[in-house]
Design a binder for this molecule. Structure first.
Ligand SMILES: Nc1ncnc2c1ncn2[C@@H]1O[C@H](COP(=O)(O)OP(=O)(O)OP(=O)(O)O)[C@@H](O)[C@H]1O
Ligand SMILES: [Mg+2]
Length: 229
């Protein structure tokens, strides 16, 4: 495991929205280094910029000021195809509402990112099966999303995020749709994945899910108002 390699370096990060004469400072001057292998929990009131922050880290949105370095790459300076490669291979995303393909089985949903990455059929089946086993949902692999509970769908979502063996997992309220027991189980899985070396950056509203393994960032008005380190 590469303990303290720098994963992200944010310098005066800004994401402003311009609406007519109004400027909305969704992210407003964040300075932060995230090391490889960290588990970062992002908290903050509604509208404080949490989703905007994750979208910038995931390369899904572009900053309007400052810089984000992913390892040594300035995300803003990458070409579209370089950015696509990072999104496809280095970053796995877990969604609050699962974003499953409804006509794919659990296993096919996990295989899908590997299909996009042109992994051969045999290899992706073997990897999907093994991930579903590790995540404890192998017996539901033939079920369609409508035949899975929320907790089960989120397990599939985690397996899918791991499909291309990313360095970073980004999760926006991954337990927001779950009851406390299922939420706790999902956090335990994320902690296990983190202990195996993945960097995790997670937004949550639920302070009862925080653990001492996590580095906590509180966003207020697009700024870091409080942090544990
Ligand atoms: N596309 C957009 N255009 C204009 N303003 C936007 C846009 N997206 C987000 N914002 C604004 O940016 C700010 C931060 O939004 P963001 O979605 O990041 O908040 P959040 O912390 O994720 O909130 P929540 O907890 O409700 O999900 C808000 O003021 C929001 O209204
Ligand atoms: Mg949000």
């Amino acid at each position: 495991m590469s303990g303290s390699r720098v994963q992200y370096r944010l310098e005066n990060l800004q994401r402003y929205y311009y609406q007519g004469a109004e400027v909305i400072k969704a992210i407003d001057g964040i300075e932060l280094t995230i090391n490889s292998g960290e588990f970062v929990a992002v908290l903050g009131p509604s509208g404080s910029g949490k989703t905007t922050f994750l979208n910038l880290l995931a390369g899904l949105d572009k900053n309007t000021g400052g810089s984000i370095y992913f390892e040594d790459c300035n995300l803003l300076k990458l070409s579209d195809s370089e950015l696509c490669d990072i999104r496809q291979f280095d970053i796995g995303i877990i969604f609050q509402f699962y974003n499953m393909h409804p006509s794919f089985t659990a296993q096919e949903n996990v295989e899908y990112p590997m299909m996009i990455s042109k992994v051969t059929r045999d290899k992706r089946q073997t990897r999907a099966t093994s991930l579903l086993q590790q995540i404890g949902i192998y017996d539901k692999r033939e079920n369609f999303p409508a035949e899975l509970s929320g907790g089960e769908k989120q397990r599939v979502g985690i397996a899918r995020a791991l499909a291309n063996d990313p360095k970073v997992i980004i999760a926006d309220e991954p337990t927001g749709d779950l009851d406390s027991e299922n939420a706790e189980a999902i956090i335990q899985l994320l902690l296990k994945i983190n202990s195996e070396g993945k960097t995790i950056i997670m937004v949550t509203h639920d302070e009862s899910l925080l653990t001492e393994e996590m580095r906590i960032l509180h966003l207020v008005d697009g700024k870091i108002a409080y942090r544990t380190m």
